[in-house]
Each structure stands twice: as C-alpha cells, then as structure tokens.
Design a protein around this ligand. Structure first.
Ligand SMILES: CC(C)(COP(=O)(O)OP(=O)(O)OC[C@H]1O[C@@H](n2cnc3c(N)ncnc32)[C@H](O)[C@@H]1OP(=O)(O)O)[C@@H](O)C(=O)NCCC(=O)NCCS
Length: 208
C-alpha cells in the first residue's frame, strides 16, 4: 500500500502507518519455514524416476537430447549384432550432443531417471559416479574422482547441484540435499542438508 493510500485511509501518524503496512505484508518476522522434506516434496516420492523431466521439448534441446542418446545406447548395447549396430548410431548421436554442450557425460554412466540439466554446458561426470533419480545439475559442474576419501561420488535421489560446483571422492550426497553454486564438496552431505563454500560446509535443515 502506498503512503498516499494510507493517509487516505486515515493513518495520521507513523505508528498507524506501521500497523497498516504490517496488516498488508504479514508478520514482520516471518515464521521459519521447515526445510525441504526428506524423500518427498508435497507427497512426491523422489526415488521414483520422473522420466517426463528428460523428454526433449523439440529437436534443439541439447541437454535432453544428450541424455536420450545415453539412454538409448544403454538400452541397445549387448543385444546381439542388431543391438550393436543401433547402439553405434546412438554413439554418434552422443558424440554430436557432447560436442554441442561441451559436456563429458559418458555413455556408460550410472544415472537414475529424471535427471535435469537446465543449462547443459561444461558438465563432467565420472563414468563410475552414481547419480540417483530426479537429480538436477546446473552448468559447469564436476562430479569426479578424488583421493580423500578415495573413490567417486554417489548422489542419492533428488539432489540439486548448483552452478560450478565440484564434488570429489567417495562421498555420498543424501536424498534432497542441495549443493551451492561453486561449492567444493569433499565430504558426505546428509539428506536434506545444504552444502556451500570452499571447502563446503554443511547447513542442516531447520526444524519447526
Ligand atoms: C545453496 C543454495 C541452494 C542455498 O539457498 P538458500 O536455502 O536460499 O540459502 P540462503 O540464500 O538463505 O543462504 C544460506 C547461507 O548459505 C550461504 N550461501 C548460499 N549460497 C551460497 C554459495 N553458493 N556459496 C557460499 N555461500 C552460500 C549464504 O550466504 C547464507 O550464509 P549465512 O547463513 O552464513 O548467512 C543457493 O544459494 C545456491 O547456491 N543455489 C544454486 C543455484 C544455481 O546454481 N543456480 C544457477 C542458475 S543459472
């Protein structure tokens, strides 16, 4: 509400204006909102792959086309000579979309259904890393091998990884965790928590 309206409404002094502004805008100190529920949002089961997230919206949808080439390759490989021929075609498609996006997401990667790549540029994923269903990965993310702890990362269901984040080593990122933009994650992140900074520090969900 504008000051003129407040005056028109009969607000004669600053206390009254404060009161009316408060009425319009809700509590001055917002009630803390619980962090994202674990495993589900609004009744959603994040461990159930939502394949519609990967459906290309047209030919020029590089992120989803890249994922589609991987999915189809993995469907056809190891199915005799015909499967090998068809899989070979999807290898070529994968090379094309990898060049377009400058992403290195290997054909033999282990990625659950429903991965979203809103800005598919410069994403690097180690072939042995495990990405759970319904994750979201922004641009220039690296998920790779590290030495402490040795190994490659595992992302559980519904993890969001912010732009430029780097996740290294045999770490586990719990269900519905969030990784902040440009974070460097070198340790486990509990389910529902947020990791930010270099090296990443953990922010647990607030309760109540
Ligand atoms: C990590 C993230 C999800 C947290 O969002 P949020 O829950 O709204 O958290 P807030 O903005 O309230 O910040 C909470 C704290 O984390 C810090 N923080 C948030 N994002 C950070 C980041 N990327 N790096 C370092 N610190 C960060 C804030 O400064 C704040 O610190 P404080 O508690 O000491 O004051 C969000 O900031 C983020 O980085 N998202 C990535 C989105 C992205 O990459 N988008 C690309 C679009 S193209």
């Amino acid at each position: 509400m504008r000051d003129q309206d407040l005056v028109a409404k009969g607000a004669s002094d600053s206390d009254e204006i404060e009161r009316l502004v408060g009425e319009n805008q809700g509590p001055r100190h917002p009630v803390p909102v619980p962090a994202r529920p674990l495993g589900e949002d609004c009744g959603r089961d994040w461990s159930d792959p939502d394949w519609s997230r990967e459906t290309p919206g047209g030919f020029w949808d590089p992120g989803r086309q890249l994922l589609r080439s991987i999915r189809r390759y993995q469907r056809w490989r190891g199915r005799g000579w015909l499967g090998a021929v068809i899989a070979r075609y999807f290898v070529l498609q994968h090379r094309f979309w990898s060049s377009v996006t400058s992403c290195d997401i290997p054909l033999n990667c282990r990625i659950g259904g429903g991965l979203m790549l809103p800005h598919p540029v410069g994403i690097v994923i180690h072939p042995k890393a495990v990405i759970g269903p319904n994750c979201l990965i922004f641009q220039n993310v690296t998920i790779g091998r590290g030495h402490r702890p040795l190994g490659v990362p595992t992302l559980e269901a519904g993890v969001d990884v912010g732009a430029g984040a780097v996740i290294l080593g045999g770490v586990t990122i719990g269900t519905r965790a969030r990784i902040g933009a440009n974070a460097v994650v070198l340790g486990d992140v509990p389910a529902g928590a947020t990791a930010v900074g270099v090296p990443a520090r953990i922010k647990l969900p607030s309760v109540g």
